[in-house]
Design a protein around this ligand. Sequence first.
Ligand SMILES: Nc1nc2c(c(=O)[nH]1)N[C@H]1C(S)=C(S)[C@@H](COP(=O)(O)O)O[C@H]1N2
Ligand SMILES: [Mo]
Length: 432
Amino acid sequence: MTESPDGRAKPHSTDRRRFLTRSLATGGALATAGLVPARAISQTAPDPLITEVQPWAQYLGDGVDVYPYGMPIEFESDVIRRNVPWLTAETASSINFTPIHQLDGIITPNGLCFERHHAGSIELAKEDYRLMINGLVDQPLVFTYADLERFPRENRIYFLECAANSGMEWAGPQLNGAQFTHGMIHNVMYTGVMVKDLLAEAGVKTEGKWLLAEGADASAMTRSVPMDKALEDCMVAFKMNGEALRKEQGYPARLVVPGWEGNMWVKWLRRLEVGDQPWEQREETSKYTDTLEDGRSRKWTWVMDAKSVITSPSPQMPIRHGKGRLVITGVAWSGRGTVSEVHVTTDGGVNWHQARLSGPSLDKSMHRFYYEMDWDGRPMLLQSRAVDSTGYVQPTKDVLRKFRGLNSIYHNNGIQTWAISADGEAENVEIS
Ligand SMILES: Nc1nc2c(c(=O)[nH]1)N[C@H]1C(S)=C(S)[C@@H](COP(=O)(O)O)O[C@H]1N2
Ligand SMILES: [Mo]
């Protein structure tokens, strides 16, 4: 962008005209605010985008039904999930990342929800779907998909975070972008039935204290869930954001384990077994266990603690408009409740400011925050810090490492730092 030393766009620059067009589109409100480089209409040269008839006004647009299932416009084609190829040998047992840096609000669009598969994303038709409940129950049962639809339905918005989210960042900054450091998360509205209602149908015996959830894919993903949690708020979900689950999210039905690590949210759910003790499956022993400095391990670390990240500006979202008015935004979440406050610092934690939460504040759901400021164009060290409804404060990485050492992969909820340079570029750094 062409800029004069005071950060305002040079007169007659294309950027400035574009900006004016945009501010006119928003009612011109920004033009009077002073911080943005827009001028009153009377002071500008004629803008051909306004004064000339544009191509899009000279043809008939697409009729209805051109896209029976709509897709985003081509100009948004860079808003996609991305994989980091060197992380895994093979995409069938791999992960990709939600483009959180480009999203806003709290809901993740279905096609952008990150994917984590241990044996690929399978195709399982509703007619072929069976859900068995067995083990310590009065009456073992098998439900078809149609059977599930006859139980009372609930609609709940929850985040799902993989326990390995930010895992590559334990020893220091690794990946340059919020998508890669924090994108193993999505937040959608689930429609489904309560596990407690399904279990009531089978009748849990008094010794039944654990529930084993098993997937139908070749990985046969299996996790033990304490019965209290299963009865409290776990769901068997078949819709996300109003439509059927996407294949990659476990079509036709998945387990929802609110606030707990993503690995337990078994996709293509085929079996729930009631038992009197945990099964100690691979994914809850050798995996998804945190090794401490002294070689001992933290086990059963199910809950995802409060965490936040600034999504813009961030390495994939540099500041392109120069100094002046700047919107800082990000997301925060807690597996223990709601997020009550988010603080933002621009000087690496010397001064913290209260960010503004906008949108629904729901239990175990993503929260959106904004911090609007006047940027003087000097380098910044940006961080955000979440406080949840239990009073827990998101820790610095130093504090986290003090308790957890350097051997961990999972459950890294430390404060993220982006270094913003005078030219607006952002970089993943660590200061504490
Ligand atoms: N059946 C099955 N369920 C599964 C997995 C899997 O590979 N197979 N991966 C788990 C892991 S590790 C995570 S983080 C979440 C990811 O859910 P998503 O692909 O909808 O993002 O699903 C979990 N459930
Ligand atoms: Mo995961």
